[in-house]
Every structure is written in C-alpha cells, then in structure tokens.
Design a protein around this ligand. Structure first.
Ligand SMILES: NC(=O)c1ccc[n+]([C@@H]2O[C@H](COP(=O)([O-])OP(=O)(O)OC[C@H]3O[C@@H](n4cnc5c(N)ncnc54)[C@H](OP(=O)(O)O)[C@@H]3O)[C@@H](O)[C@H]2O)c1
Length: 240
C-alpha cells in the first residue's frame, strides 16, 4: 500500500495534489484545519500546524507500506509589509507554519518510519521567493530559504547514512492560481512594490492551475531518481 501525508490538504495546491495521489492509488492523510475531500482512501487529520504543541499529535503509521510520501505543503504568506511595520505575532505564526512544522514533521516521519524498508520521499513546497528577495515578504522569503537549506542538510545526512531509498526535495511550484495569490493582489504598492506586477499576471491569465502543478509533482515523485539536485523548480523540470 502506498501511503501519503499531505499538509495543507483542504485548498489550493495541497488539495489538487491529494486528488491526483488518490487517483493514482495512494492512501492519503490530509493535515489541515479544514476538510474538503471525501474519498474512501482519504483520512483527514484536523490540526493547526502553526501551534508547535500540536505537532506531536501527527503520527506516521506505516507498517507494511510499499511506498511512503510526506508533502510539507501548508504555508502562508503572512502579513505583507516591510519589517518594522508588521505584527510580531504574524511573524511568529508564519515561521511556525512554514518552517517549524515542516522541519518537525520531517523529523517525526524519518524517526517513526525508520524500520519500514521501502521507497520514501519528502517533498517540501518551497518558493521562488526563497531564492530571490522580495520586499514586503521578508518572513515568507526567509522561511522558504530555510526550507531549502533544511532539505539540503537532511539530504546530506541521508547520503552519509547510506539511506538510498529515502530522498528529500524542496520544490518551488511556480505562480499558482490559489487563495495565496488572491491575498497578494490585495496588497498596495506601499506594502509590496511588485503588487501591480502580480495583478497584471492574473489579468493576463499567466497563473497556472493547481491541478497542472499537482500533476507535475505526482509525475516527479514517480521519477524522482532522475534528479540529483535537492532544490528544484517545477518550471525547469524535464522528465525522461
Ligand atoms: N500560490 C502560489 O503562487 C505559490 C507560489 C509559490 C509557493 N507556494 C507555496 O505552495 C504551498 C501551497 O500554497 P497555496 O497557494 O495552495 O495556498 P492556499 O490556497 O492558501 O492553501 C494553503 C493550505 O495550507 C493550509 N493551512 C494554512 N494554515 C494552516 C495551519 N495553521 N495549519 C494547517 N494547515 C494550514 C490551508 O488549510 P486550512 O485553512 O484548512 O488549515 C490550505 O489547505 C505553500 O507552501 C505556498 O507557500 C504557492
């Protein structure tokens, strides 16, 4: 049985990813505050991942699994605006959800499945904003850069420990037509100097649907061993 855990499963990219995985025969546990998928092979774990105290409740039971997947997808842009003008609590919330939860769930996944001998993949959903600085998104950019570095360090550990069945990746998914983009379009140019560019991209219908990106990610999971890099971008992915 192929078992997947996907955070942020109720909307956007995470929901589309769960649907593709279910279509391809995976049993999926979605982790988010709300549930929006009904399927006999889907289990919802209701959890606010921004509260570190909740993370110990996430269990990875994987006995007899033939393949395992963890997707750390839940994320938030947080409050848009220059550092010095935004709320401390919002900053803490953004770091907790985007980086702390992904790191702790990766730790729990590796620990709890260490005796299950099968192919294991961890996908951390990063962003181009982790690789290029944007004003108004300082905390978001930092958490995504952190996710890239965390993934690179864990990949090194897996290699040193001879764990060839387990791979970890940090993947930027491109500009996707989700609620996160709706939030970006509400910003004014004093909060975020690129706001108008994002509104124009939407007007010009340049946003990609979550379904298309999710399909690329599911293809990536099945062909992961074609890729040696840890930090990737769906816009540059070529499959053989
Ligand atoms: N959209 C883009 O253009 C874009 C670009 C680059 C990277 N990304 C990344 O792609 C990922 C998915 O983004 P999206 O655009 O699909 O966002 P979205 O539509 O806003 O969906 C976010 C998901 O995260 C979950 N979530 C939010 N807060 C949570 C919390 N406290 N605890 C548990 N789950 C929580 C939400 O579920 P609940 O509300 O039910 O909890 C929802 O399922 C994010 O990591 C984002 O940074 C997106």
């Amino acid at each position: 049985m192929k078992l997947a855990w996907v955070t942020g499963a109720s909307k956007g990219l995470g929901k589309a990813l769960c649907e593709h995985l279910l279509n391809q025969g995976w049993h999926v546990t979605g982790i988010s505050r709300q549930q929006s998928i009904e399927n006999e092979h889907f289990t919802q774990f209701v959890c606010d991942l921004s509260l570190p105290g909740n993370l110990a409740a996430v269990q990875f039971e994987a006995l007899n699994a033939s393949e395992l997947l963890l997707v750390n997808n839940a994320g938030t842009l947080g409050e848009i605006g220059a550092v010095g003008s935004i709320s401390d609590d919002e900053m803490i919330h953004t770091v907790s959800l985007n980086l702390t939860a992904a790191a702790v769930l990766t730790n729990r996944f590796l620990k709890q499945t260490q005796h299950v001998d099968c192919k294991k993949t961890i996908l951390n959903i990063s962003s181009g904003a982790g690789r290029n600085a944007y004003d108004g998104w300082g905390v978001y950019c930092s958490t995504k850069a952190g996710l890239d570095m965390f993934s690179s360090a864990v990949a090194k550990e897996l290699l040193i420990n001879g764990n060839q069945h387990t791979r970890i990746f940090s993947i930027a998914p491109g500009v996707i037509d989700t609620r996160m983009q709706e939030q970006i379009r509400t910003a004014n140019s004093a909060q975020f100097s690129n706001a108008e560019r994002f509104r124009k991209m939407h007007q010009d219908e340049l946003l990609i649907s979550p379904e298309i990106v999710a399909l690329q990610l599911v293809t990536f999971i099945s062909k992961r061993d074609q890729f040696s890099e840890v930090c990737l971008d769906v816009r540059n992915m070529e499959f053989r």
